[in-house]
Ligand binder design. Sequence first.
Ligand code: HEM
Length: 490
Amino acid sequence: KLPLPPGPKGLPFIGSLLQFVRDKKNPKPQWAKYLDMGKTYDSDIVHINVLGDHTIVLNTVKATDELLEKRSAIYSDRPPMYMVNDLCGWDWDPAHLRYSDHWRLHRKLLHQYFQPRAINSYYPFQRKEVSVLLKKLLQSPENLHSHVRHHSGSIILRVSYGITSQEEKDYYVVLANRAIQGLIQAVNHGSFLVDFFPLLKYVPSWVPGAEFKRKAKVWAQYATELREGPWQKLQAATAAGTRVPSCFATENMEKFDSQLEEMGEVIKNCAGIAYLAGSDTTVALVLSTILMLIHHPEVQARAQAELDSVIGTTRLPDFSDRENVPYIEAILNETLRMYPVTPLALPHHSLEDDVYEGYFIPKGSTVVGNAGAILHDPEVYHDPYKFNPDRFLVRNPPPNPALYAFGFGRRICPGRYLALDSAWLVIACILATSTIKKAVDDNGNEIEAVIDYHDGLVWHPQPFKCRFVPRSSEALMLMQTGFENEADVE
Ligand code: HEM
């Protein structure tokens, strides 16, 4: 008998479909639209009904803590996601699996390999790839976005599949990027009617209006290539007796040698999602940080002063320096707060009827933790639209944004430590060696690096240009040589 949380009334039957889900005219990102909706109804949770499908958006820490964390036993499922899973072939993806023992098997494997205790064995690959990146930024800064994508992709391909050849890394980075573009569109809850009318998936693709089926066919092909490509390559190398360096796939195949019939698929799925998730998200974090630094030369100068005084100018910063240079950490935290990579995380799904603050939440609701709203909540982060790394360096700092920027409860991102390590080393090494400046055109005029974001599952800055100006001849040398000790790391 309790009311549903407040939200737009919508039309009979179709609910808010036209009014909200398809609202393309409002330029605000989706997380901000949800936040506005909460303000309109003066509630920290809102309910949206589309064709009888209930979406509940949680706009505050209080609501996500209570439901997604404390009551995680009933909020850790995923919605069925017909477009992306049934039509685009992503049903193997551990991030989309229903809350079950099958999901737990995947989660355990990922946790063991990507937990904080395990990830320092990947430092050598991260140092090696930063060395490659620094050299590229010096030579062709105009290709910044591609360089950063290849940097993140190369690390995760090495860690997941033991891929070391540059040519293969480059090939698979492109392949992942293509698959991600389809996934990002297909996964967005509300973009395709088939998510509300599952029977539509049986409509033949030649029927007028079945454009979604034709798109799904192309995207499914990319999804298959992503999952099969590096995996088949690894299997062929193993069968041929060619040495594959130790990695997630080989270590787990050895560990589960006697159970490969059951575990082979699980290992393959986990390697696939690590490859996918690690290829795109870290890129967005690194690019957003660079963009913020271009706009805040005073922040760069302060970070460089800290690096110089703690590390000196004759070597690159390394992971062992991390706790001694808190300002770099604060810059990353502040970027993650202002421009969270996944502002709406991934949707959860409720397994039982529930009640929150007198509101009824029906079983089977899609539940969205609005990280974007939380990270811009003035009650938690004072003056939230101002870029201010110092907020994290006071005696009682606000919560670390990583608590919300990587999702919630039992589905929280297992790759978060790896991602933060990779981004930290890139930013620390760039700042130690160069000053990031606006690019200049042929006439010597500065080109504005516009802060503009592509809204979607992953919040990417639109392409922008800049230059990396070495801070001294010593710094130039460091950019050219990188971490010399890691040059031979496989
Ligand atoms: C800046 C980088 C990253 C961000 C912002 C990010 C964010 C997220 C978010 C928001 C979720 C959904 C959590 C939820 O449902 O509440 C997630 C899930 C996941 N992420 Fe990440 N991620 C990042 C990097 C990575 C990396 C490098 C890996 C590689 C291991 C990874 C692997 C996964 C997996 C496997 C899941 C599915 C978890 C599950 O459903 O149980 N992520 N990530």
